[in-house]
Design a protein around this ligand. Structure first.
Ligand SMILES: *Cc1c(COP(=O)(O)O)cnc(C)c1O
Length: 371
């Protein structure tokens, strides 16, 4: 068994399958600009995500910027979000000329806490951007209800939630729009890539203009926009991975169960629980390290795992609100997010991870306890 275990490894379809998928690009010579493969990926993912439409683009980060720009919010408007996320969420808001307002998260699933939401709404608020962290679906009913009362858009950062369902509802059906990342490290990927799941047809043209220099007809440019299109080689990888997505999730699920079994009796170590009503994609394996019970803290465990050649990731630490370029936006306290980010550690999880490797990792964690 290979005991040098990275925290993440990209899923790959069989080599021949990808080669077969890209073969016709040598005939069509249509390599980008919304080719057939991107269009097919959109149609198939919209079905899987439960949205009326899905739009591709170059990466998940741009997908967030595109949807924010497509809505045309006034400069300086406020977007309520959580700081317990990948920096991309906060960066996109700021880069679009909007102001992030940081809301605390819930202890049990790390998603935006609707109970803290309403106090943060001002007459400048234009949207709420919660994150389905680790594929944990936000409390959409409560968020929606508050958003409707104040006439706000709800845009989910669903980068972690491809293929997840809650209560029979698919991840792309929540919110006015939901943004997915198809980055190589995600549970489903197209090397790099982004998807916007949305429900109003009008948005489609706007999203396209926002990723294609604002060109609305051969002679017209209607807005200032960059190039952020998905190319056909990316889309081809997406189509191949889509055929195997279910298999990938099944292998991850087995790893998840092995982790649960291997860590259940380790004091102070808590594995993220998947609620009964949720069909997970098992994208990540976050654990909480509670020092008072474990006898060591998250950083000790990170170091110990690294010594044993097991990769792990302090994901998400630091909070985005504490980076120097964003901390001027921090106007409220987020005590739960502060604590969770000190305790959280993401362990290796990918479709090629073996049960032996998971057991080895659990043994290493038990050994740390005995030190
Ligand atoms: C990965 C990720 C993004 C950015 O996606 P890219 O495809 O890497 O640009 C945004 N938000 C979250 C929560 C992510 O995990």
């Amino acid at each position: 068994m290979n005991v040098n275990i990275p925290v993440i490894k990209s899923s790959m379809p069989p080599y021949e399958e990808y080669i077969e998928e890209i073969k016709d690009l040598w005939d069509t010579r249509w390599l980008t600009n919304h080719g057939q493969k991107a269009a097919k990926l959109e149609a198939e993912t919209a079905k899987l995500l439960g949205s009326e439409y899905a739009g591709t683009c170059v990466n998940g980060h741009q997908a967030i910027e595109l949807i924010l720009r497509a809505y045309g919010f006034a400069e300086g408007s406020e977007v309520i979000t959580s700081p317990f996320t990948f920096v991309s969420t906060t960066a996109a808001i700021v880069r679009c000329g909007l102001k992030p307002v940081f809301c605390d998260i819930r202890e049990e699933d790390y998603t935006l806490d609707p109970n803290c939401l309403e106090a943060l709404i001002t007459d400048k608020t234009c949207a709420i951007m919660p994150i389905h962290v680790y594929g944990n679906i936000c409390d959409d009913d409560s968020i929606r209800e508050i958003a409707d009362r104040h006439d706000l858009k709800v845009i989910y950062d669903a980068a972690h939630a491809f293929g997840v369902e809650k209560n029979g509802k698919k991840a792309g059906s929540f919110g006015d729009a939901a943004v997915f990342s198809l980055h190589a490290t995600k549970a489903f990927h197209s090397i790099e890539g982004g998807l916007i799941a949305y429900h109003e047809q009008d948005l489609g043209m706007k999203l396209w203009e926002q990723q294609n220099f604002g060109i609305s007809s051969p002679d017209t440019v209607s807005c200032v926009a960059p190039n952020a299109k998905m190319n056909e080689f990316q889309a081809a990888m997406g189509l191949c991975n889509l055929r195997h997505f279910h298999e990938y999730v099944q292998s991850r699920k087995q790893c998840y169960e092995a982790y649960r079994a291997g860590l259940k009796d380790v004091p102070g170590i808590y594995v993220n629980e998947i609620p009964q009503d949720t069909v997970s994609n098992y994208a990540y394996l976050p654990i909480r390290v509670v020092e008072e019970e474990a006898g060591f803290n998250r950083n000790d465990l990170f170091d110990f795992l690294a010594e044993q050649q097991v990769g792990s990731r302090k994901y998400f630490w630091p909070l985005t609100s504490s980076f120097p370029c964003y901390n001027s936006y921090k106007t409220t306290e987020t005590p739960i997010a502060d604590r969770v980010s000190e305790q959280i550690l993401v362990l290796p999880m990918y479709s090629d991870l073996t049960i032996d490797q998971v057991e080895y990792i659990c043994n290493v964690i038990q050994k740390r306890r005995a030190v």
